[in-house]
Design a protein around this ligand. Structure first.
Ligand code: HEM
Length: 141
């Protein structure tokens, strides 16, 4: 694990991210698309920072992945990282194309990609919670 940042702190960041995603979707439902885009931009930055500063360093220090790659904890971790990286890349693509071409109409054309990105993001968050429950609590025996 990353010795500087305790796993509880990462968990709080991930919960904040989930709240931000839900708020952003609420704004979209109320047709506040600019605010939807802006909150997604903040969520992407938060997610990329947590990936680079917390999760990737933590991944490289997890010995079990090298010694037992088929262990349930290794499988959960690698799934979490793979889906999370893919979701972050797609989310970066969505917000970067908006920043480069700030048009809500053009954004709206990418709603299929937004839906896919959202599901990948939620899956990565869910698997992350599973990892936390397995590694740091007694909830999963
Ligand atoms: C990571 C980034 C983003 C995610 C995960 C996301 C997610 C979503 C989702 C799930 C929908 C509903 C799609 C549907 O109704 O089928 C949506 C709709 C929409 N989003 Fe995003 N979004 C993101 C970024 C943005 C950005 C940067 C903008 C630019 C302003 C934007 C503008 C819109 C608009 C205009 C709609 C409504 C489309 C329509 O109903 O025609 N989104 N978004």
């Amino acid at each position: 694990m990353n010795p500087l940042i305790p796993p509880q702190a990462n968990m709080i960041v991930q919960i904040a991210l989930l709240v931000l995603l839900l708020v952003s979707l609420g704004l979209k439902r109320r047709h506040k698309y600019l605010l939807h885009g802006a909150t997604m931009l903040i969520a992407v930055l938060l997610s990329v920072f947590s990936l680079l500063l917390i999760m990737l360093p933590s991944l490289f220090s997890l010995e079990i992945i090298k010694t037992q790659p088929l262990h349930i904890l290794s499988v959960i971790t690698l799934t979490h990282v793979a889906v999370g990286v893919l979701a972050d890349l797609l989310a970066l693509l969505l917000v970067a194309s908006w920043v480069l071409q700030p048009s809500v109409q053009k954004c709206a054309r990418r709603k299929r990609l937004m839906r896919i990105t959202l599901w990948l993001w939620l899956t990565a968050l869910f698997v992350g919670v599973l990892f936390y429950a397995y590694a740091y609590t007694n909830l999963i025996p």
